[in-house]
Each structure stands twice: as structure tokens, then as C-alpha cells.
Ligand binder design. Structure first.
Ligand code: NAD
Length: 268
């Protein structure tokens, strides 16, 4: 197993990654390429996407970039055609593109709601819909959707984000049943991950939150990519319709629990 040395965990597989220009998508692309995959990055950030792809190619990997707005059916059809033309088929789709939202029930505008649903939820639907025939043409494959711990626990804000990330978890289950046994469909459920996604959040509050986690820190994108690599590889051949939670233990206990040992009799 090594970069270009053969024997990688996804050797010879062709992977399409939405939102691949930066952040977790770019990190997934590099780890998968290091393990022998050819990777097509799709994003709306064309400059960054081209640069990310060029860095991979410069390092000796098989990579390319295509403009892909996940809300747009024709973009998906063109991206799948481009992957098949360039790399000879498609084995893995990583639905990674996503955007945040900050409004609660009363201050979310209808426009914000529609946009977040279009990118986070409709984007995943379109990706699965248009990738499925291509994956079947290859004899099978793996789809990896990106949910969030915000699908499993709520805050008073980010209503549209909570809704769409919860929808992705359940769409994963329905699609896993519909596309079985040829195509496996799973989702990852990250907690806080250090990317530009967290840039708009108050950094002191973020650090405070990180310290309250059992693992006492925010996750690194590379740590999330390890789960993606597993789900993309044949090592996960008996897993479909499932989640992998990567959250530093955030969902393990109730919010606000102090990590320091309780004083005797203080557990109640
Ligand atoms: P990021 O903002 O760095 O990356 C998101 C990518 O999606 C960007 O490259 C962006 O251009 C792309 N994108 C946005 N709209 C798009 C569209 N319409 N079409 C195509 N691409 C589009 O953030 P990230 O942390 O790398 O996010 C990746 C995924 O992980 C997202 O789905 C996000 O919701 C999810 N997630 C992030 C965190 C976190 O704390 N960072 C936690 C849980 C889940």
C-alpha cells in the first residue's frame, strides 16, 4: 500500500467528490488518491478546485476538476459523463458539498431555507440519482453521504441545517434499500471539524465547546477522511444504510457535563 506503488485500499477505483475544492472534500480526495483511486473533484469554487486538482496531479496522482453545482441536474449529468469519459467508469460517489445556516425558526428567510435545502438535501438526491446508473454500469459501487451531529441533536439556531442533515441520514437508508444489493449507501456523521466551514463561528465559543468534548478538541479533516476511505473500499463490503459518527465523543453524553471527576455524592 502506497501512493502510486499499487496495492492501495481503493486501488483502481474512480471517485467523484462534490465540494472537493477545499476542506474535507479536498482531504478525502488526497487520501483516496494516496490509496490508489482516480479522483474527480466537483465544486462551484472553480479557481480553488483547479488548484486542488493541479496539486494532486503535480504529486503524481490521477485527478481532475469539473464545475459542479450540486443543485443543478444538468451539472450532475455532465460530471458523471466527464468521469466516465476521463477515467472509464465510476465506483464511488462522495456527496460532501454542504453549506451552513444560522437562522432559527422565525429569522430564517424563505430564500435561505430554499437555498440550504437545495444544496444540502436536493444536491444529495441529485448526486445519488445520476450516479446510480453509472455505478451499476461498473457492476456496483459505494455512495457516501455527509450528514452531521446536527442531524442527531438540535440547537435553537441553524434550523435549515439541522433539517437537511437529518434528511440526509434518512435518505441514506431509503437509497441503501433501493439500490441494494449492487450499490452500498452510507453516511458519515462528523462533529466539529477544522475547516473554513467554522470560520463564521465565534472562535472563543468554539474552543470552549471543543474543550467540553470527551476528546477535548475539534476533529481534523484527515480523521474524517479515514472513515470515507473505509466506506469507499471493499473493506466495508457488508455495510449499507449505516452511519459512522466521528465527533470526539460529543454524542456520548449530555451537554455540559464536566470532564473533571465529580466530587463524592455530586453525581446527582
Ligand atoms: P467547507 O466549507 O470547507 O467545504 C464545503 C465545500 O462545498 C466547499 O468547497 C464549497 O464550495 C462546496 N459547495 C458549497 N455549495 C456548493 C454547491 N452548490 N455545489 C458544489 N459545491 C458546493 O466545509 P467542510 O467542513 O469541508 O464541509 C464538508 C461537508 O461536511 C459539508 O457537507 C458540511 O455540512 C459537513 N460537515 C462539516 C462539519 C464541520 O464542522 N466542518 C461538521 C459536520 C458536517
Amino acid at each position: 500500500m502506497s501512493a502510486r506503488g499499487g496495492g492501495g485500499r481503493v486501488e483502481g477505483k474512480v471517485v467523484l467528490i462534490s465540494g472537493g475544492a477545499r476542506g474535507q472534500g479536498a482531504t478525502h480526495a488526497r487520501l483516496l488518491a494516496e490509496h490508489g483511486a482516480s479522483v474527480m473533484l466537483g465544486d462551484v469554487l472553480d479557481g480553488e478546485g483547479e488548484e486542488t486538482s493541479a496539486r494532486l496531479v503535480k504529486d503524481g496522482f490521477d485527478a481532475a476538476y469539473i464545475h459542479l453545482d450540486v443543485t443543478c441536474g444538468p451539472d450532475w449529468r455532465a460530471a458523471i459523463e466527464a468521469v466516465e469519459a476521463r477515467f472509464g467508469g465510476l465506483d464511488v460517489l462522495i456527496n460532501n458539498a454542504g453549506i451552513g445556516s444560522f437562522g432559527g425558526v422565525e429569522d430564517t428567510t424563505e430564500e435561505e431555507w430554499d437555498h440550504v435545502v437545495a444544496v444540502n438535501q436536493t444536491g444529495v438526491f441529485l448526486g445519488m440519482k445520476y450516479a446510480a446508473p453509472a455505478l451499476r454500469r461498473r457492476g456496483g459501487g459505494s455512495i457516501i453521504n455527509t450528514s452531521s451531529t446536527m442531524a442527531l441533536t438540535a440547537t435553537p439556531r441553524s434550523l435549515a441545517y439541522h433539517a437537511t442533515k437529518a434528511a440526509i441520514r434518512h435518505m441514506t437508508r431509503s437509497a441503501a434499500m433501493a439500490l441494494a444489493p449492487t450499490i452500498r449507501v452510507n453516511c458519515i456523521v462528523p462533529g466539529l471539524v477544522a475547516t473554513d466551514f467554522l470560520a463564521g463561528i465565534d472562535q472563543a465559543a468554539l474552543e470552549n465547546r471543543a474543550q467540553s468534548l470527551p476528546l477535548q478538541r475539534i476533529g481534523r479533516p484527515e480523521e474524517i477522511s479515514q472513515a470515507v476511505l473505509f466506506l469507499a473500499s471493499d473493506e466495508s463490503s457488508y455495510i449499507t444504510g449505516s452511519d459512522i459518527v466521528l465527533d470526539g465523543g460529543a454524542l456520548a453524553g449530555f451537554a455540559g457535563y464536566k470532564l473533571s471527576p465529580p466530587t463524592a455524592g455530586a453525581e446527582d
